[in-house]
Design a binder for this molecule. Structure first.
Ligand SMILES: C[S@@+](CC[C@H](N)C(=O)[O-])C[C@H]1O[C@@H](n2cnc3c(N)ncnc32)[C@H](O)[C@@H]1O
Length: 317
């Protein structure tokens, strides 16, 4: 492909993302969950119908909207992603796609890509399950190959390390009424979202949300299981975090770690690596290396599980 063609293709991608972002942010995408005619969309958008027709044509050309007998609605894949039962917040994923593009620029220009608190919330939301039927179905599937962890959580205590907005822990809490958990999150604004979500779900009496550096946590009780969001922890914090998890788990307690994505030299992967490593976070480490890191910290009996969603490892304290 010539550089002109390549540039045109990248430009189209950037323009499509801008179109999706703006129409999502302006509420068009959710409005079009139900079929609407041009007049209704123009009224909703409070814009000239000719301009609205152009926007709809762009949405159709990009596969986001379909037209049928003079009515417009979002394409089936978009409808699934915006449904209440979808596992992840589509708005946060769109925001995160824009954020990653900006971070690429930041790293090239300055060698760093720091996140504001607001951006840390976007990142955490874009990775988090919404406690929806879709998320519950995914969590059920995730734990099928590791029933011992699910059983240990059922009436046990979970330590969720790097909890973000609590996607995993809150979904699990809605499925396991006997589970109690402590969550550790560094960024106050992110932990505050987790706390609000726990309250809204009515599980805040069982989930102790702490805003702190995970390395400084001192357990008052012993935990049955721990989940470490390792892909977000910089190199200099990792050994102390693992030592804290080891101290906090009961003997034989389980630690779950997840491989973020398989190592790859593809264009997307290399750019995400550039951003992660500018923050000192090792990127896309293979599960074997993660296991070695945990074994170094004193964990034993590693079991690597390869599933459709990727690879995870379960270890014992
Ligand atoms: C994006 S979340 C992971 C997703 C989350 N487990 C879920 O289920 O929604 C990872 C979080 O780890 C947090 N983090 C990174 N280093 C940390 C540390 N030393 N102590 C506590 N949290 C930390 C980051 O602020 C980030 O919000």
């Amino acid at each position: 492909m010539s550089i002109d063609d390549q540039l045109a293709e990248w430009g189209r991608g950037a323009q499509a993302l801008a179109l999706f972002h703006a129409t999502f942010a302006q509420g068009w995408i959710k409005f079009l969950a139900e079929p609407q005619d041009l007049a209704a969309v123009a009224k909703f958008a409070d814009q000239d119908p000719d301009r609205v027709r152009d926007v709809l044509a762009a949405l159709i050309a990009n596969g986001l909207v379909v037209a049928d007998a003079g009515r417009y609605r979002v394409a089936p894949g978009v409808a699934e992603a915006i449904a209440d039962e979808a596992p992840i917040d589509l708005g946060a994923k769109i925001e995160n796609a824009r954020l990653v593009a900006r971070q690429v620029e930041d790293v090239v220009r300055t060698g760093a890509a720091p996140l504001t608190a607001e951006e840390a919330v976007v990142v955490a939301r874009s990775f988090a399950f919404k406690p929806s039927p879709g998320a519950r179905a995914v969590v059920t599937m995730l734990f099928e190959p590791m029933p011992e962890m699910w059983e240990a959580m059922r009436e046990g205590r979970l330590l969720d390390v790097g909890s973000g907005v609590g996607g995993f822990v809150l979904t699990a809490a809605t499925m396991l009424p006997g589970m109690r958990a402590t969550t550790l999150e560094l960024v106050p604004e992110v932990a505050a979202v987790a706390a609000d979500r726990a309250k809204a779900l009515g599980v805040d009496d069982r989930i102790d949300i702490r805003c702190m550096d995970a390395r400084d946590f001192v357990a008052k009780v012993s935990y049955d299981v721990a989940f470490w969001a390792q892909p977000f922890f910089p190199a200099q914090a990792r050994a102390a975090t693992l030592a804290m998890i080891k101290r906090s788990l009961r003997p034989g307690g389980l630690l779950l770690v997840q491989e973020l994505e398989p190592p790859s030299e593809g264009p997307g992967s290399t750019m995400r690596r550039m951003i992660a490593q500018s923050r000192g976070v090792p990127f896309a480490r293979p599960i074997e290396e993660l296991v070695a890191e945990c074994v170094e910290a004193g964990f034993t009996d590693a079991r690597i599980i390869t599933a459709d969603f990727g690879r995870v490892a379960l270890l014992k304290a």
